[in-house]
Design a binder for this molecule. Structure first.
Ligand code: AGP
Length: 606
């Protein structure tokens, strides 16, 4: 998604704008630009493609000024070109924007009739002209922005500067996150904490509908009714980004290897590892009254939701419904006063998930969320927050956040089970012991990546790959397919292993590798039968299992061993396996692993 930085201070801002944009690259983008105001003039530099193109442009043609804005663009309206890159400006105003203005065509034609000339296909240019129109018709800067914001429909995070006043920068948010950074010699705005981390550790997160008039010394924040409000200043969470990649080639690899530590940290938030029991908990909701749960998320977070369903239905005996966040609210599911809606999101800013959450809140449902960014919009709008402690996840392809989501959801499931009166007894200590062992088992898996590297050479030749799993590991097969698609650009599909014979087996021949997640659980023998159906048609099987190779009962392309563990934690171990498959294949493919093409780390548009 687009990244925004703004700086208003005493010194030249050009270099700091670029420094911040470099930290926003992880969000995914296809063009970038900055603008500054100096001696009553606005000027900008923009470039298509990677940030290095913009940096060399600025090196050859520097920008002066102590007030400026910067942007990395993930194209929504208008092709990824220099012309459509932000900032968008005219003589009076320069704007950077994250979001979608849904009525921009109507506003554009109104402004064109008033004589405004447009140069791009973007919705953002309309904002610049709208503000400029009010200024030219006698409104002061603040009044012009206030009036323009009221005309906009849709979502936005905005950074705005003005040629007539170098000591004003205006920020506004509706549907897309934006924070203010409080520095010693400057004030900042940024899309997220990572953008602001180089300059300050004191931030103010704008609330929905807020807009702020910022000088080099302070910020005056108004709410959506234009009432001046106070918002708290919070300490910035330390970012993974600050530590860089260490001795890893990619953030994705680093974050795969962080999993033992961050899973353990997440579990410790809920479990007494010495006593093998849950910490006493009071999450502010009487879980004993919950008679139905709806879990929702997008992408990898949707797959966490699917795993959560198995745990909650098995151990808490509560019926669970799972749906994509982008679909859920349009179904208008019938609700009961005792149902709970649980939203899963790493970033806590995914527009589809946030919209679904707001739908359920509007229906007076209890809303909980499993989030990794504890200051995010989803976290702030939830009745209950179940945090993961994965630390900042920089790689666009989610890895450690996924296994930390699974860990947190497993603990939430135990809370639910303990709160339910009629739950069939299960061995809580056994499950907690399994969870507590998981980090060490994952560390053991990560100690030898050679099997994954060897397999990658075979997968890199494939055009299509199938992933199969049964029961609680079926969602991990879906996640494995997504990981491979995301980072290697090889098409992959995940299926329930038992589903293959109902059609998809037509795809199977000697050209298609089939990754089979086959922990030795009660469904193992059925999965082995599915493998033999595949092998008899020439399919090349990758056996991901804690069983021995000879228990596969057929020839294998590879055996990727996983440690023996409690069945309920097998999804975490299989997850690491599919992450490593995707990563090593992508290395062979030579793709941009941390910032895959077309992808964004946090999808803040619907
Ligand atoms: C996962 O690798 C992808 N980056 C993507 O599917 C992601 O999980 C999805 O966009 C949801 O993001 P969230 O968890 O931040 O809400």
């Amino acid at each position: 998604m687009c990244g925004i930085i703004g700086i208003i201070g005493e010194n030249s801002v050009s270099d700091d704008l670029i420094k911040s944009l470099e930290r926003l690259e992880y969000r995914g983008y296809d063009s970038a630009g900055i603008a500054t105001v100096y001696n009553g003039r606005m000027d900008r530099r923009r470039a298509n493609g990677k940030l290095k193109n913009l940096i060399s442009l600025i090196h050859n043609s520097p920008l002066k000024g102590s007030t400026g804005i910067g942007h990395t663009r993930w194209a929504t309206h208008g092709r990824p070109t220099e012309r459509n890159a932000h900032p968008h400006m005219n003589e009076d105003v320069s704007v950077v924007h994250n979001g979608i203005i849904e009525n921009f065509r109507e506003l554009r034609s109104e402004l064109e009739k008033a004589g405004c000339i447009f140069y791009t296909e973007t919705d953002t240019e309309t904002i610049a002209h709208m503000i400029s129109y009010y200024i030219r018709h006698g409104a002061g800067i603040v009044d012009a922005v206030g009036r323009a914001l009221k005309r906009l429909k849709g979502t936005f995070a905005l950074g705005i500067i003005f040629s007539t006043d170098e000591d004003i920068m205006i920020a506004a948010r509706r549907g897309s996150p934006l924070a203010i950074g409080h520095g010693n010699t400057a004030m900042y705005i940024g899309s997220d904490a990572i953008a602001l981390a180089p300059f300050t550790s004191a931030v103010t997160y704008l609330e929905e509908g807020d807009w702020a008039v910022i000088s080099s010394k302070n910020a005056i924040i108004r709410d959506s009714n234009d009432e001046v409000v106070q918002r708290s200043v919070t300490a910035l969470e330390v970012c993974n980004f600050q530590m860089g990649k260490g001795n890893h080639r990619h953030y994705m690899h680093k974050e795969i290897h962080e999993q033992p530590e961050v899973i353990s940290r997440t579990l410790s938030n809920y479990i007494d590892k010495a006593e093998l029991k849950l910490h006493p908990f009071d999450i502010g909701v009487d879980l004993s009254t919950i008679d139905r749960i709806i879990i929702s998320g997008c992408g990898t977070s949707f797959y966490s939701s699917l795993v959560g369903r198995y745990w909650i239905e098995r151990y808490a005996c509560i019926p669970v419904e799972v749906d994509f966040s982008s679909e859920l609210r349009y179904r208008e599911p019938p609700l009961s006063p005792n149902s709970l809606a649980l939203f899963i999101s790493q970033s806590g800013e995914t527009a589809d998930t946030l919209a679904a959450l707001r739908y359920f809140k509007a229906k007076h449902q209890t809303v909980a969320s499993v989030v990794n960014v504890h200051t995010s919009t989803i976290a702030r709008e939830s009745n209950v927050v179940i945090p993961t402690l994965a630390g900042s996840e920089v790689g666009v392809a989610s890895t450690k956040a996924f296994t930390c989501q699974l860990s947190a959801i497993a603990c939430f499931c135990l809370m639910l089970a303990k709160s339910q009166k009629n739950v069939t007894k299960f061995n809580e200590r056994e499950i907690i012991s399994g969870l507590v062992d998981a980090p060490n088992l994952i560390a053991a898996m990560l100690s030898d990546e050679r099997p994954f590297n060897n397999l990658a050479y075979e997968l890199a030749k494939a055009s299509n790959v199938l992933y199969l799993g049964r029961g609680i590991n079926c969602p991990v097969a879906l996640e494995g397919a997504l990981k491979l698609k995301e980072v290697s650009y090889i098409h992959a599909e995940g299926y329930p292993a038992g589903e293959l014979k109902h059609g998809p087996i037509a795809l199977v021949d000697e050209k298609i590798p089939v990754i089979v997640l086959a922990p030795k659980d009660k469904l193992f023998n059925k999965t082995v039968s599915n493998m033999q159906e595949i092998a008899s048609r020439g399919g090349r099987i990758v056996f991901v299992s804690d069983a021995n190779s000879d228990e596969a009962g057929c020839e294998l392309l590879a055996h990727l061993p996983i440690p023996k563990a409690h069945p309920c934690v097998m999804p975490l171990l299989c997850a690491v396996s599919v992450q490593l498959i995707a990563y090593h294949t992508a290395v062979i493919m030579g793709t941009d692993i941390d910032q895959p093409r077309n992808l964004a780390k946090s999808v803040t548009v619907e």
